[in-house]
Design a protein around this ligand. Structure first.
Ligand code: NAD
Ligand code: TYD
Length: 365
């Protein structure tokens, strides 16, 4: 079994993309549809608080695009989609994805991330081995995961590689680790082609306001305080979302089933330095800010329980085996991101709903 080869004329392919009304999935679908316009893309998304059909607005109405609202835990629905849409590739993004919410309520994380992934894998296994489906030459289950499954690094530890032992510390990362183990086990036990990717922190357009970078951008635009957890010295390895999409493209076309690929930007930045960078860019780009300079808004707040100190990715394998490297520097990516939030107020304003405000009060006040 090998991945899809870009040179092999297997197009048009048919993809089921789960969770594509969210941040990374919607960026991936936009990327895929512009690069491979002949392929059919079926999106399955439950439209939780993090899902937003607006994120896919520019694709709606295309002949080879379909949006289905539904839950990845709904096995009959998935069986039906795999059979009737003759799906070749499942690109699985759907998840509960925010660490702070996993601390407040872990149940949904176990349900979607573990039970949901299990349900998809079971459906894929039956679809893969069904006589009707064997006419299609290649199939793939791409399981999109996170570097957080590897736990926390000390200041002098080497970055996470694909052989770093799993050591998840939050209910979110533990549930993603469980789903990764299932994807791996299905390859070994049932011989179905699964590939796992573990990526570092993404940022860019369409990022839901609860995450660090959009939260800071939006709070600067509203003149609200910029809450930095603990001492602000925690480190994340930031990757512009388009680079994640191109990495997944490389994995789909050239990755080997049964393998894991780490994806990262080689951009380790301390949270406090990142927030200061964002403040500088916002001061420069925004004509009328309620408070300026934005740094005046920085406030240190109580730390997240079990807060991982440092993440860093060793992306040697995907670079040497699949020829992928990131193309957007942090300076450029942050600039593009700040500019996007500045010009997309009608996108983010409605997301600051009463539910969001209630969540915000629970975490920050
Ligand atoms: P997101 O929270 O922005 O989007 C998740 C999407 O999944 C939403 O559209 C939501 O409606 C949908 N969803 C949730 N539960 C569902 C269910 N039961 N059935 C169907 N759809 C459901 O998440 P994201 O940041 O785009 O992350 C996407 C994937 O990438 C996740 O698997 C996440 O673990 C992984 N990842 C994220 C990052 C990051 O920095 N954001 C980094 C590495 C990996
Ligand atoms: P986040 O975007 O939630 O991603 P993750 O926890 O998955 O890495 O947070 C990124 C970093 O920023 C993390 O160290 C927590 C920190 N953080 C803050 O300091 N303040 C905030 O308001 C948020 C949301 C995050």
């Amino acid at each position: 079994m090998t991945g899809f080869n870009e040179d092999t004329p297997v197009s048009p392919r048919r993809l089921l993309v789960t969770g594509a009304a969210g941040f990374i999935g919607s960026n991936f679908v936009r990327y895929w549809c512009s690069r491979y316009p002949q392929d059919r893309v079926v999106v399955l998304d439950a439209l939780t608080y993090a899902g937003n059909r607006e994120n896919l607005a520019e694709l709606e109405g295309r002949d080879n695009f379909r949006f289905v609202q539904g839950d990845i835990c709904d096995r009959p629905l998935i069986d039906n989609l795999l059979a009737t849409e003759h799906i070749d590739i499942i690109a699985h993004f759907a998840a509960e994805s925010h660490v702070d919410r996993s601390i407040l309520g872990p149940g949904a994380f176990i349900q979607t991330n573990v039970v949901g992934t299990f349900t998809l894998l079971e459906a894929f296994r039956h679809h893969y081995h069904s006589p009707a489906a064997t006419a299609t030459p290649t199939k793939l289950f791409l399981h999109v995961s996170t570097d957080e499954v590897y736990g926390s690094l000390g200041p002098d530890d080497p970055p996470f590689s694909e052989t770093t032992p799993y050591a998840p510390n939050s209910p979110y990362s533990a549930s993603k680790a469980g789903s990764d183990h299932l994807a791996r086990a299905y390859f070994h036990t049932y011989k179905v082609p699964t590939i796992i990717t573990n990526c570092s922190n993404n940022y860019g357009p369409y990022h839901f306001p609860e995450k660090l970078i959009p939260l800071m951008c939006i709070n600067m635009l509203l003149g609200k305080s910029l809450p930095v957890y603990g001492d602000g010295e925690n480190i994340r390895d930031w990757l512009y979302v388009e680079d994640h999409c191109s990495a997944l493209d490389a994995v789909i076309h050239r990755g080997q089933p049964g393998e894991t690929y780490n994806i990262g930007g080689n951009n380790e930045v301390k949270n406090i330095d990142l927030v200061r960078l964002l403040c500088g860019i916002m001061d420069e780009l925004a004509p009328d800010l309620p408070v300026r300079p934005c740094e005046k808004l920085i406030t240190f707040v109580k730390d997240r329980p079990g807060h991982d100190r440092r993440y860093a990715i060793d992306a040697t394998k995907i670079k040497t085996e699949l020829g992928w490297t990131p193309s957007v520097t942090v300076a450029e990516g942050l600039r593009r991101t700040v500019a996007w939030y500045l010009s997309h107020r009608p996108w983010w304003q409605p997301l600051l709903s009463p539910e969001y405000q209630a969540y915000y009060r629970q975490v920050y006040l």
